[in-house]
Design a protein around this ligand. Structure first.
Ligand code: GLN
Length: 446
C-alpha cells in the first residue's frame, strides 16, 4: 500500500509505469502475509517489485513500449517473472521503456518519456528508464530490466542506483520480448548491490525453454557480498578515459577507484584496443537481429492491425507502419540492409569478425586483472530532447557499455559521487559468470 500510494502520488510526474497492477498486487500481498504467518514464505515474500514491460506477464498488458503491442496481454509469464513470483515477490506493475528496448533515453516509448527523478527536465537513461526511475524515486523496492547494449547499467548510472547486467545466458530469455537475441540479457535495478544479489539469487539459472540459457551452477550471491577484496586486481582501460568523457565524471570515477585502493586493491592500466569499434559493430549486429525478430509483428497473429486492409500486402505495410515508431523502423531498415545479398559479407560478416576481436581483448585483459573499472556513461543525465534529432549522438551514450554485451560479459553500475547534483555511475566488468565477485566488489564500496 505504501508503494502503491507513492506511485499514485508521484508517477504522474515521472511516467515510470505503463501499467499499475493494484488489485493483483494487494491480493499477492495478502497471500504473502499468510505465507509468512504459516512459516512457509519464500525468500522474497512481500517484496514489492516492478517488471520492465518487455517481460511477458500473464493477464497483465505487455506493451514493450510500443503501439504495436498496446493491446497485447501475454498468455504466460516469462521465466524471470515466474521465478520471482515463486520466491514471493509482489508485482506492482510494468515499467516504461524505449520502444522494443531501442534507445538510451526512454524517449522512444509510445507512452511518452520518463523523467529523471533527480531533475525532471532530464532523461532517466534507457532503455530500462522506467525501472531505474521507479527504483530511484522509491516507487518499488527493485525492478527487472534488460540490457542489450547498456540498457540496465546506463539508466542505473543516470538515476543513481545499482544496475546489474549478468553474463549472457545467466538468466533465461524465455518470455522476454526479443530485440537482439545474441546480446539480450535480463538483470536487476536495485538500491544496492545487496538488494540486487537477493533478486539475482532467484532469477538466475538454467532454463530448458531458452536454448541459449547457460547450464552453469548458480552460487549464493548474498553469501559472497562480504568477501575480502584486499589484493583485488583492477584494470583501467585507457580507451575508457579518453576524449568524450566529461572531466567531472572522470574525476568522480578516479575518486571511487582510489577508495578501492584504500581497501587494498591494486590498479593497473590495461588496453581494450578494439573498443572504439564496438558502437559501429553493435549498430550492425543489433539491427540485423532486430529486423529478423520483429518480422513476427505482422498484424495477423497479435499486436496492432490497421483498419480495413485492402489485401495482405496492405495489411502488413500499414500495420507495421502504424505500429512501429521511427527508431524501430530505422533499425529494421538498417538490419535488412546489412543482411541483404551483396552487403552481408561487407557489413554483417565483418561485424561478427570484429565482435570476436572485441571478445579477445577482454579475454587478454582478464589474464592480468580480476575486474575492469571505468565510467558507465560519458556524461551525467542530459536534458530531454537534447539528442532526439541526432541518432548517432544518442548511440554514443553506450560507448562504455556496449562492448561487454558483444563479449557476453557481466557488468554492474554503482552510484558514486554525484556531479552538480546529478548521479554518476562506476562500471565494474567481470569475466563470464563472475556476478558474485561483481556484487561483492560493488557491495564493499558502499
Ligand atoms: N541504447 C542501445 C540501443 O539503443 C542499447 C539498448 C539496450 O541495451 N536495450 O540499442
Amino acid at each position: 500500500q505504501h508503494y502503491l500510494e507513492r506511485i499514485a502520488r508521484l508517477d504522474p510526474r515521472l511516467n515510470s509505469f505503463i501499467s499499475v497492477a493494484r488489485e493483483s498486487a494487494l491480493a499477492a500481498a495478502a497471500r504473502a502475509d499468510q505465507a509468512i504467518a504459516r512459516g512457509v514464505a519464500g525468500p522474497l515474500a512481500g517484496i514489492p517489485i516492478a517488471h520492465k514491460d518487455i517481460f511477458c506477464t500473464k493477464g497483465l498488458k505487455t506493451s514493450c513500449g510500443s503501439r504495436m503491442l498496446d493491446n497485447f496481454v501475454a498468455p504466460y509469464d516469462a521465466t524471470v517473472v515466474e521465478r520471482l513470483a515463486a520466491a514471493g515477490a509482489i508485482v506492482l506493475g510494468k515499467t516504461n521503456m524505449d520502444e522494443f528496448a531501442m534507445g538510451s533515453s526512454n524517449e522512444t516509448s509510445f507512452y511518452g518519456p520518463v523523467k529523471n527523478p533527480w531533475d525532471a527536465a532530464r532523461v532517466p537513461g534507457g532503455s530500462s528508464g522506467g525501472s531505474a526511475a521507479a527504483v530511484a524515486a522509491r516507487l518499488c523496492a527493485a525492478a527487472t530490466g534488460t540490457d542489450t547494449g547498456g540498457s540496465i547499467r546506463q539508466p542505473a548510472a543516470l538515476c543513481g542506483i545499482t544496475g546489474l547486467k549478468p553474463t549472457y545466458g545467466r538468466c533465461s530469455r524465455w518470455g522476454m520480448i526479443a530485440f537482439a537475441s545474441s546480446l539480450d540479457q535480463a538483470g536487476v535495478l536495485a538500491r544496492s548491490a545487496a538488494d540486487a544479489a537477493c533478486l539475482l539469487d532467484e532469477m538466475a539459472g538454467f532454463d530448458p525453454r531458452d536454448s541459449t540459457s547457460a547450464d552453469v551452477e548458480v552460487p549464493d550471491y548474498v553469501d559472497a557480498l562480504d568477501d575480502e577484496i584486499a589484493g583485488l586486481r583492477i584494470g583501467l582501460p585507457k580507451e575508457y578515459f579518453g576524449a568524450g568523457l566529461d572531466d567531472r565524471v572522470a574525476a568522480s570515477v578516479q575518486d571511487a577507484i582510489k577508495e578501492y585502493e584504500r581497501l587494498g586493491a591494486t590498479v593497473q592500466e590495461i588496453s581494450l584496443p578494439n573498443s572504439p569499434l564496438s558502437v559501429p559493430v553493435y549498430y550492425v549486429v543489433a539491427p540485423a537481429e532486430c529486423s529478423s525478430n520483429l518480422a513476427r509483428f505482422d498484424g495477423v497473429r497479435y499486436g496492432h492491425r490497421c483498419a480495413e486492409p485492402r489485401d495482405l500486402e496492405d495489411l502488413y505495410q500499414r500495420s507495421r507502419a502504424e505500429g512501429f515508431g521511427t527508431e524501430v523502423q530505422r533499425r529494421i531498415m538498417i538490419g535488412t540492409y546489412v543482411l541483404s545479398a551483396g552487403y552481408y559479407d561487407a557489413y554483417y560478416l565483418k561485424a561478427q569478425r570484429i565482435r570476436q576481436l572485441i571478445a579477445g581483448d577482454f579475454a587478454r585483459a582478464f589474464e592480468q586483472v580480476d575486474v575492469i573499472m571505468g565510467p558507465t556513461t560519458p556524461t551525467t543525465a542530459f536534458p530531454l530532447g537534447a539528442k532526439t534529432d541526432d541518432p548517432v549522438a544518442m548511440y554514443l551514450n553506450d560507448i562504455y557499455t556496449i562492448a561487454t554485451n558483444l563479449a557476453g560479459l557481466p557488468g554492474i553500475s554503482i552510484p558514486i559521487a554525484p556531479v552538480a547534483g546529478l548521479p554518476v555511475g562506476l562500471q565494474i566488468i567481470g569475466n563470464a559468470f563472475q556476478e558474485a565477485r561483481l556484487l561483492n566488489v560493488a557491495h564493499r564500496y558502499q
